[in-house]
Ligand binder design. Structure first.
Ligand SMILES: Nc1ncnc2c1ncn2[C@@H]1O[C@H](COP(=O)(O)OP(=O)(O)OP(=O)(O)O)[C@@H](O)[C@H]1O
Length: 362
């Protein structure tokens, strides 16, 4: 018999109003067991509010919260199989690292032999062996971060909530901790819900990302979907660099539409959606603009002039002027091949695959 597997966490038509301000509006999504889900969005978009409704530190104005298939909308935090790692880590300064980690289990009156076994296990997992007798003040930011994580996972919650846990770390440590966190999550198989406003952080660690804006979910998808198939202008511009271009649909083929871009350039754009008609908005990632000196074969080939070139190490950031004065950004990898080494003032041919252009909602 096939049994439907309930989502580990589900928010169903959630709205949250503070006074006369709506912080979340009709938010619905499901998070699967063992998934690394990230809430990504600018400051004030409602990420922390979402997290607080899942942890039980707050209740929704409307809608329901389910954890493990059970309606927990009005259950207090201690009745939910959820643990949280805070931005500030919230460690007890007077306790040693080992005692900080054991604290939650002692509160739950877990037998001491079991506490020792579980604490030793997470200390190994988070590489904290040499610090167990120190106090939090004697650790670096990254080490403190690991203690906060160890303290949360030792309780073996089904869901771990992480509210910008890397924000206090310097850039290098942040990058390192991203990899460690992701590896740890895979090893533990716990559902992680991670909050950040840093798109790079979201792209490196998550299985799926929910992009929030103004209290609404703009898009939920895998990191690839969010990056390569952004649904809205906001998602396309918030994550990575993109060219946003206004266009008009001229005609429809079986899998593409022919569009006239602002300035007059005509291009074919992948589309099977019949609602794509009249005025539309296009998103084009700069690394998808191919340049060459000789005219290439294929569709969507057009001339352009390089009006600016900025060297950025691994890549060159290029501005092109094409038909009708339209400016397009292009990114080229600096791999040392002269064939792809273009300079300001040069005339070039541009080529864009129809499927590399996305029609986005405004
Ligand atoms: N208790 C409250 N009373 C009134 N307004 C609140 C309350 N809590 C949050 N808000 C408002 O709700 C909105 C969403 O807040 P939230 O903390 O969820 O944002 P966020 O996306 O986590 O932002 P940040 O990245 O800055 O932490 C904000 O405009 C905030 O001012």
């Amino acid at each position: 018999m096939v049994r439907a597997v309930a989502a580990m966490v589900e928010l169903r038509s959630i709205s949250k109003v503070f006074g006369n301000f709506t912080a979340l509006q009709e938010v619905s999504f499901e998070i699967k067991e063992g998934e690394f889900m990230t809430f990504l969005g600018p400051s004030g978009c409602g990420k922390t509010t979402c997290l607080r409704l899942i942890s039980g530190f707050d209740t929704p104005t409307k809608g329901q919260v389910f954890i493990g298939g059970k309606d927990v909308t009005f259950d207090p935090p201690y009745r939910r199989d959820v643990n949280q790692v805070f931005q500030s880590y919230a460690l007890f300064p007077h306790l040693t690292i080992a005692d900080n980690i054991a604290f939650g289990l002692r509160m739950k009156k877990v037998p001491s032999a079991e506490i020792k076994r579980r604490v030793d296990n997470v200390i190994g997992m988070t590489a904290l062996e040499q610090f167990v007798h120190r106090k939090p003040a004697q650790l670096s930011g990254g080490q403190r971060q690991r203690v906060a994580l160890a303290r949360a996972i030792v309780c073996e919650p089904k869901v771990l909530l992480l509210d910008e846990p890397l924000s206090a770390l310097d850039a290098k440590l942040r990058t390192q901790m991203r990899v460690e966190l992701k590896q740890l999550q895979k090893k533990l198989g716990i559902t992680f819900i991670f909050v950040t406003h840093d798109q790079e952080e979201a792209l490196t660690m998550s299985d799926r990302v929910a992009v929030l804006n103004n209290g609404r979910v703009e898009q939920i998808g895998t990191v690839n979907e969010i990056y390569y198939k952004p649904a809205t202008r906001f998602v396309a511009t918030f994550i990575g660099e993109t060219n946003i271009i206004e266009a008009t649909v001229l005609s429809r083929g079986s899998r593409t539409v022919r569009c006239r871009l602002e300035g007059g350039l005509e291009l074919e754009v992948a589309s099977v959606d019949p609602t794509h008609e009249g005025k539309i908005l296009l998103s084009l990632r700069p690394e998808k603009v191919r340049l060459s000196r000789n005219k290439p074969e294929g569709r969507n080939v057009f001339p352009g002039r390089i009006s600016a070139e900025i060297f950025k190490g691994a890549v060159d950031d290029i501005t092109l002027v094409v038909e009708g004065g339209l400016e397009l950004g292009a990114l080229l990898t600096n791999d040392g091949q002269e064939e792809y080494d273009f300079h300001e003032g040069e005339s070039v041919f541009c080529r864009i695959q129809p499927e590399d252009i996305n029609i986005v909602a405004s």
